[in-house]
Ligand binder design. Structure first.
Ligand code: ADP
Length: 219
């Protein structure tokens, strides 16, 4: 387990966790574990889990710790996690962080990358964000894929997320401050927290992250 490169990417909505997470996975052969994507896929597929969580997602609230902890534990049984994983959107509460630590064991998480971004930029980014319902790739409303409604990666439908609306965005930001911000000190106390300025172009954020991984001998 400890030979794996498991990375936690923390950050507010729209900070670029998904974009950077996907890129890191391709670069290092890691599995992308996005609990948000997994939950939205369940909603889109109309599974019992999807029906259970849809209203929680739409309201911008968090689903229960037990439910996501189990989702992630099951996901780590998949063979594509052999080299490790990028965790995007999980953990989101101290209880989830403790569960993940138990699951992966001591030293199981190599680094927690906090992508920091200002609230006004969050609102600006989320209101113009469109995502592929199938693979989770995100686009801007002015991108060709968003205008045509067809994902360039997998051909899936590109739509606006139902929680990327002003009321839900506000709620999600409040939830982040209350439940997820405490995770910064959790990971800092374990000596694995690094911070990246997310108010920059995605290429610059990527370069900063790669520099930090390199500096720690992880890439
Ligand atoms: P964002 O960070 O942009 O709000 P995500 O795609 O990570 O979006 O998550 C969307 C929604 O899915 C959250 O608002 C929440 O309802 C639910 N969710 C995702 N991950 C978790 C988690 N780890 N714990 C609880 N709820 C979660």
């Amino acid at each position: 387990m400890t030979g794996q490169l498991n990375l936690v990417v923390l950050g507010k909505q729209g900070a670029g966790k998904g974009t950077q997470g996907q890129r890191l996975c391709e670069l290092h052969g890691l599995a992308h574990i996005s609990t948000g994507d997994m939950l939205r896929a369940a909603v889109a597929a109309g599974t019992p889990l999807g029906r259970e969580v849809q209203s929680v997602l739409d309201a911008g609230l968090l689903v229960s710790d037990e439910l996501v902890n189990q989702l992630v534990a099951d996901r780590f049984k998949e063979p594509d996690t052999a080299k490790g994983a990028v965790l995007d959107g999980f953990p989101r509460t101290t209880f989830q962080a403790q569960a993940l630590e138990q699951l992966l064991g001591e030293g199981g998480i190599k680094l927690c990358i906090s992508i920091e971004i200002a609230n006004d930029l969050v609102i600006q980014r989320l209101s113009s964000r469109r995502i592929c319902q199938e693979c989770g790739t995100s686009y801007k409303d002015t991108d060709v894929a968003a205008i045509s409604g067809t994902c360039e990666v997998c051909g899936g439908d590109v739509v606006q997320r139902s929680d990327d609306k002003p009321e839900a965005i506000q709620k999600r930001l409040e939830t982040f401050d209350r439940d997820t911000l405490p995770l910064l000190s959790f990971y800092e106390s374990r000596g694995i927290l690094v911070k990246v300025n997310g108010n920059q172009l995605r290429e610059k954020v990527a370069a900063d992250i790669d520099g930090l991984l390199h500096g720690r001998g992880l890439a």
